[in-house]
Design a protein around this ligand. Structure first.
Ligand code: DGY
Length: 319
């Protein structure tokens, strides 16, 4: 029996690549260089399954008349890089990898919160530059998270995991906004009717909603202006949630105290001004980057593809 032809757009963890090889006729990307739009189109023409990541733009043009492909097995929980309507119109099934990266991503959000609060990155920069002259009572004083208010935008799995960490480990008060009523936030937390209400009361605002569509520039100049001047903005979700130019302007004006960012509007590019700001902690989209999590993400793709090609419903179908 001929095995389904599968192509991965990037290099995956070795254990997952072995699992793919055992089940499919697979083409891997050992060079780990992103595929061009033409190469993605070619992949859709010649493979039964194409497995993209967040960095592959699978838009209507790429999806026009796919020859052979029947399924897109996204390696990631977010799928704003894929035009779902165009994929559906082209008759493609789309799957993602939810659940397995909840803790890793919440850990990175917490890391960013503590980093900006305690000025960790500033301290490390000073040390590495050989500029530390010894302990001083007023050196690099940060702000204590204990008793402060965390405002979560998007109370899904990752938002709840962030709330749990901040409530139990940091004794923070939790408020949140979600488009849907959340009856079980997991810890004592108050749901507020609007994003604006969250922004007005929070000392730390952490974004945990999906990117793309109506959420593009969810945090714009007007909403940044609602935040307290002492508040910090944390984004470990998607870069397009924030109008990055407006964020730079708010930071330059001192309208907010700082930001912790793992994702950017035009990755891998980021606004040059951000790199020069001491009150901004910058990470290169590390949310799910643990070996355990990346293996689990990959094995989730394998499960989705296996189910699809065995005629079962893929467990994580989004279209
Ligand atoms: C995700 O899974 O959405 C991560 O951000 C990587 O794409």
């Amino acid at each position: 029996m001929t095995r389904p032809r599968v192509i991965c757009s990037r290099k995956w963890p070795a254990s997952v690549e072995a699992a793919l090889r055992a089940r499919f006729d697979v083409v891997l990307n050992q060079a780990d260089v992103a595929l061009s739009a033409a190469e993605l189109k070619d992949a859709l023409d010649n493979f039964d399954a194409v497995c993209p990541t967040v960095t592959d733009t699978i838009d209507a043009e790429v999806l026009a008349a796919p020859g052979r492909a029947r399924i897109l097995g996204q390696f990631g929980v977010g799928f704003n890089n894929i035009d779902l309507e165009a994929a559906k119109a082209a008759g493609l099934v789309v799957t993602n990898t939810p659940g397995v990266l909840t803790d890793a991503t919440a850990d990175i959000a917490l890391t960013l919160l503590l980093n900006v609060a305690r000025r960790i990155h500033e301290g490390q920069t000073m040390l590495r530059a050989g500029e530390w002259t010894g302990w001083r009572p007023t050196q690099l004083m940060g702000t204590s998270p204990q008793g402060k208010t965390l405002g979560i935008i998007g109370m899904g799995r990752i938002g709840k995991a962030m709330a749990k960490r901040c409530f139990h480990a940091l004794d923070m008060e939790i408020v949140f906004h979600d488009a849907y009523p959340i009856t079980d936030p997991g810890v004592p937390a108050k749901q507020l009717a609007t994003i604006e209400e969250v922004l007005q009361v929070a000392d730390f605002v952490s974004l945990h909603c999906t990117g793309g569509g109506d959420n593009i520039h969810l945090i714009d100049a007007a909403r940044l202006a609602r935040m307290k001047p002492t508040a910090y903005l944390i984004n470990s979700a998607r870069g397009d949630l924030i109008d990055e130019a407006a964020l730079v302007a708010a930071l330059e004006a001192g309208a907010i105290a700082g930001a912790g960012l793992d994702v950017y509007e035009r990755e891998p590019a980021l606004s040059a001004a951000l790199t020069g700001m001491a009150n901004v902690c910058l990470l290169p989209h590390l949310g799910s980057a643990t070996i355990e999590t990346r293996e689990a993400m990959g094995m989730t793709v394998v499960e989705n593809l296996s189910a699809f090609f065995e005629g079962r419903e893929p467990p994580n179908r989004v279209a």
